[in-house]
Design a protein around this ligand. Structure first.
Ligand code: ZN
Length: 402
């Protein structure tokens, strides 16, 4: 697989260059030269240095090119599906009601525990390929449907295998504290999630996450698990303020977490604390959309100076969404972000949320991950929700889809 490539005929290139006068650093009539999987040069085609010219360029014929999407929050490895529950919720049953009856996440836990490593890798890889075809080149994947040491380890190993067997880059996160499994005492489970199970999972993960919310874990419990994770080298990230306002965002700031995710009920005080602590707000508009709930205050968070990322939250219960272009559309139409802000958040914002500084932009030294759009401008992403807008995908300098 060649990792050298020259793209020409780019009608509109979004570079996300911090030196550009506009947020996404648009260059028209552009070219991108790639050497050994990294961008060696990007700019107006007329300025392309002779050393990067070659006999066999990839001519994208006037299409727009954007950085590959970085999906910084998913639960991509799981077994089974919850289409029945989805239909029940549309008939009026509440999620918390379904959960109390042993459905919801508990049914995914049962299916995932029953699935083999190979089954988890096969279904996870199929999903990862669908993400890739829609322009995603890096994806974060959480555990959290095992809730016992053996299955949590199997989930993280499966997530890593998805990254090895598909072109997509995978960032694994330990989410042992997703929910207290049925039949286990709360204190007993917290001891496991912050102790033996964490110890088994830490070598396989980069981050430790906790579902801190009403009906899930309290701020005190989340602090305990995240602190234990940090002692084992896992940077914290946290599900915060999704179903109710319980203080998870301020905890993220206190722990200088990589991200606080969801934030549907975040306040101006939360925003100020996240900005001050440099915590990325990972917003998941497909989750609120799929649950028919109001979206997170994305406009407020952006205007408060918080670094914003967008992600799918792809999971079998509350957001079975695999498309970052669709998330970009929701961020604009439901949360009031501009097309520029939404594109930046889905690329550079996601990369910052995952501490991947050399992704999410197109310039010398960046990882050569690109999406070529079947459109003349990135503005078509929010303008045409649900459209089939990704024409080709470049990962590490190789054309992998399209
Ligand atoms: Zn989640």
């Amino acid at each position: 697989m060649s990792r050298d490539l020259l793209l020409i005929g780019i009608g509109e290139l979004a570079t996300n260059s911090p030196r550009a006068p506009d947020l996404v650093g648009v260059v028209h009539d552009a070219a991108v030269a790639i050497r050994d999987g990294r961008v060696a040069w990007a700019g107006p085609a007329a300025d392309l240095p002779a050393e990067f010219r070659g006999p066999d360029p990839f001519d994208v014929q006037g299409r727009a090119v954007v950085p590959g999407f970085v999906d910084a929050h998913t639960h991509l490895v799981f077994a089974g599906d919850r289409a029945d529950e989805f239909a029940r919720r549309l008939r009026g049953e509440g999620y918390e009601q379904i959960l109390a009856a042993g459905g919801g996440i508990h049914s995914t836990v049962a299916a995932t525990r029953a699935a083999s490593f190979d089954e988890l890798v096969a279904s996870g890889s199929a999903r990862a390929i669908r993400l890739l075809r829609q322009g995603t080149t890096t994806v974060e994947i959480k555990s959290g449907y095992g809730l016992d040491p053996e299955t949590e380890v199997r989930m993280l190993e499966a997530a890593r295998a998805v990254g090895e067997r598909t072109p997509i880059d995978v960032v694994p996160t330990y989410l042992g504290a997703h929910v207290v499994p049925r039949g286990t005492g709360r204190e007993e489970y917290l001891g496991l999630a912050a102790g033996e199970m964490l110890a088994a999972c830490a070598p396989l993960a980069r981050y430790c996450d906790v579902f801190c919310d009403r009906g899930a874990f309290t701020v005190e419990e989340a602090r305990r698990v995240l602190s234990a994770g940090r002692e084992r080298g896992l940077r914290p990230r946290i599900h915060a303020e999704q179903l109710a306002h319980t203080g998870g965002a301020l905890l993220a700031a206190e722990l200088e977490a990589a991200s606080a995710d969801h934030l549907d009920h975040a306040t101006a005080e939360d925003a100020a604390a996240l900005r001050q602590a440099g915590v990325v707000a990972v917003l998941l508009p497909a989750a609120s959309f799929s649950m028919r709930l109001p979206p997170a205050p994305g406009r407020m968070l952006w205007d408060a100076g918080v670094t914003v990322a967008l992600a799918t939250d792809c999971n079998p219960g509350t957001s079975y969404v695999e498309s970052m272009p669709f998330v970009i559309a929701l961020a604009c139409l439901e949360m009031g972000l501009t097309p520029e802000e939404a594109l930046w958040a889905a690329t550079r914002g996601g990369a910052l949320a995952l501490d991947e500084a050399d992704k999410g932009w197109v310039g010398e030294g960046a990882v050569a991950d690109l999406a070529v759009l079947e459109a003349p401008s990135y503005r078509h992403l929010p303008y045409r929700p649900g459209g089939d807008l990704v024409w080709a995908v470049v990962k590490d300098g190789a054309v992998v889809a399209g």
